[in-house]
Design a protein around this ligand. Structure first.
Ligand SMILES: [Zn+2]
Length: 470
C-alpha cells in the first residue's frame, strides 16, 4: 500500500497523481453526527474515534469470535482496541483490511500493519495524536480536503447544529438532508402515531387529518430548505408505486390514527402516496432526491432487542425493484415533476437493472439528471465499485457520473474517496495502455477530475457555496 497502491500501470499513476489525488471531497450523503462538528469534538482515544459506532468492524470482530463485551460491552477502550487489532490480520481481502491501513496512513502517518503485536504501540501513538488540536473533528475534515457535507436528518429534527455552524461561518458547509423514512413507515402503527406527535411539535401544527399531516410535513420541508437543504434521501427495502386515490389515503390515515387494523395492501398504498408527495416537493424546490434501496434490516431479533438498530445485523435483500421504480419515476415524469434523482441498489443482482433504469428518464434537460449512485455499503469495496463503474460504462455514461460519497458515520472514513479514485484511474489507465482508449492524458484526466469533483459540484449546484476549491 505505497503511493501507487492499486495503480498498476504508469498511466493510472499519472492520472491519479495529477488529476484525482488533490481534488476536494464533496460528501453528498453521510451519517456524520453534526453535534460533534458543531462542538468541534475532540475524541479521547483511538477506540472512541475509530471503533465506536462502526458496525462494519463490529461484524468482523463477531465473525472472528470476539465476545460482545469487547465490541459494544463494558470492556475498557484499550481492551476493545486490542481485540480489533487481533482481528485485523484475519480481515485480509475484506475492504476493512485496506480501509484500516489507509486510515492509519492518511490520518496518523502510521505505516505499520496493525496486529496483536503492534496494537499497544499504535494505540498509544494514535491516541496521543487524537488528543491534540490537529485531530479535532473540524481539523480532520480540513485535513482530508472535505469541501461540503450533507448529513442525514429526520423531518422532526430541529437542525440547531446546522444553524449554529452556518451562523458561525464554518468554511465547510454542513447541510442537512431531508430523510422522511419515519414519516411514511406505517409497519408499526404505534410507532407511527408517536412520530406524528413529534411532527406536530416540530411544526407547531396540530394534526387531526391527513391534510394537516401533509401541511405539517411540508412546513418541515420548507424549514429544511431555509437551513440550506437541497437533497432528500430515502432508505427503503423497495420502491412503492401502488395505485391509490386521495380518498383512499385519507381513510387509511384516519384508520391508522385510531390504531385500527390496516392491511398490508393499504400500508403499501400509504407509502406510495407519501413517496410521491415527497418527490413532488423535492421537484418544486429543485432538490435532488436519493433512494437507497434493497437492505433488509434488524434481522437478528435478539441483538435488535439488546443493541437497537444500526449495530451490524442488516444484509442484502432480494426485493423486486425495477417495475415499481419505472412506475414511480414514470408517473412523476409524465406530470413533468421528476426531480434530479440518484438511485442506489444494495443487491448487486440489480446492477444492470439500475444502470439501464436511469436511461429511461435522462431526457436531455440536464446532464446526468438521473444518476445510478456509487456502490454502497456491502458493495463499497474493490469488486463492487469496479463492477458499478464497468456496468455504468457499458450501459450509461461513466463520464457524467457524480462519483463517490462516504455514507459513513466515522470522521476517519474519507480515504474511501481515495480508494474509489485509485480504482477509477486504474480502470482508465489500463484501457489506455491496452490501446482501447486513446493515449490522451489531458482528456482522460479531465474526465477523472469531473467524476472526482466537478460533476457533483455542478449537479448539486454548489459552485457558489464551496470555499475549498479544486
Ligand atoms: Zn446512508
Amino acid at each position: 500500500m505505497d503511493d501507487n497502491f492499486l495503480l498498476h500501470t504508469k498511466t493510472a499513476q499519472e492520472l491519479y497523481h495529477h488529476y484525482a489525488k488533490h481534488q476536494p471531497i464533496i460528501d453528498y450523503h453521510c451519517h456524520l453526527p453534526q453535534a460533534q462538528i458543531a462542538s468541534n469534538h475532540q475524541f479521547e482515544n483511538l477506540t472512541q474515534i475509530w471503533l465506536y459506532g462502526d458496525h462494519y468492524k463490529w461484524r468482523a470482530m463477531r465473525t472472528n469470535g470476539v465476545d460482545e463485551s469487547y465490541i459494544t460491552g463494558n470492556k475498557s477502550d484499550f481492551e476493545k482496541f486490542e481485540q480489533w487489532a487481533k482481528t485485523v490480520p484475519y480481515t485480509l481481502r475484506n475492504p476493512l483490511y485496506h480501509w484500516t491501513h489507509l486510515e492509519l496512513q492518511r490520518y496518523f502517518d502510521v505505516h505499520e500493519v496493525l496486529n496483536e503485536k503492534s496494537a499497544a504501540k499504535i494505540y498509544e501513538e494514535c491516541t496521543a495524536k487524537v488528543r491534540t488540536h490537529d485531530y479535532s473533528v473540524r481539523n480532520l475534515l480540513r485535513k482530508m480536503k472535505v469541501s461540503l457535507i450533507c448529513t442525514t436528518d429526520d423531518p422532526a429534527d430541529d437542525l440547531l447544529h446546522h444553524i449554529q455552524l452556518k451562523k458561525e461561518g464554518f468554511e465547510i458547509p454542513i447541510l442537512p438532508a431531508f430523510r422522511p423514512d419515519n414519516a411514511m413507515n406505517v409497519d408499526n402503527i404505534g410507532n407511527f402515531n408517536q412520530y406524528v406527535l413529534r411532527i406536530e411539535k416540530a411544526s407547531n401544527i396540530s394534526v387531526s387529518s391527513f391534510a394537516d399531516y401533509l401541511k405539517a410535513l411540508k412546513s418541515r420541508h420548507d424549514f429544511f430548505a431555509q437551513v440550506g437543504c437541497s437533497v432528500s434521501d430515502h432508505g427503503l427495502e423497495e420502491m412503492y408505486a401502488e395505485d391509490f386515490t386521495d380518498q383512499e389515503i385519507v381513510s387509511i390515515f384516519d384508520k391508522i390514527r385510531v390504531g385500527g387494523d390496516v392491511s398490508l395492501e393499504q400500508k403499501r398504498k400509504f407509502k406510495s402516496a407519501m413517496l410521491e408527495q415527497f418527490a413532488i416537493w423535492d421537484w418544486e424546490k429543485g432538490w435532488t432526491q436519493q433512494y437507497h434501496l434493497g437492505a433488509i434490516r434488524n434481522n437478528n431479533l435478539r441483538m435488535m432487542r439488546n443493541l437497537g438498530p444500526d449495530t451490524g445485523w442488516d444484509s442484502i435483500g432480494d426485493f423486486q425493484q425495477a417495475k415499481a421504480l419505472a412506475k414511480f419515476l414514470g408517473k412523476l415524469d409524465a406530470d413533468n415533476k421528476l426531480a434530479k434523482t440518484i438511485l442506489y441498489n444494495l443487491n448487486p443482482a440489480d446492477n444492470e437493472a439500475f444502470a439501464t433504469m436511469i436511461g429511461n428518464f435522462n431526457d436531455g434537460s440536464s446532464a446526468g439528471k438521473i444518476q445510478w449512485g456509487s456502490a454502497w455499503w456491502f458493495l463499497d469495496q474493490k469488486d463492487g465499485m469496479t463492477k458499478q463503474m464497468n456496468t455504468l460504462s457499458n450501459m450509461g455514461l461513466l463520464s457524467k457520473f457524480i462519483g463517490m460519497l462516504t455514507d459513513s458515520r466515522s470522521f476517519l472514513s474519507y480515504p474511501r474517496h481515495e480508494y474509489f479514485r485509485r480504482l477509477l484511474c486504474s480502470l482508465l489507465g489500463e484501457e489506455i495502455e491496452n490501446g482501447e482508449l486513446p493515449h490522451d492524458i489531458e482528456w482522460t484526466g479531465k474526465i477523472v477530475s469531473d467524476i472526482c469533483f466537478n460533476n457533483a459540484q455542478q449537479y448539486f449546484g454548489w459552485k457558489e457555496i464551496l470555499k475549498v476549491k479544486a
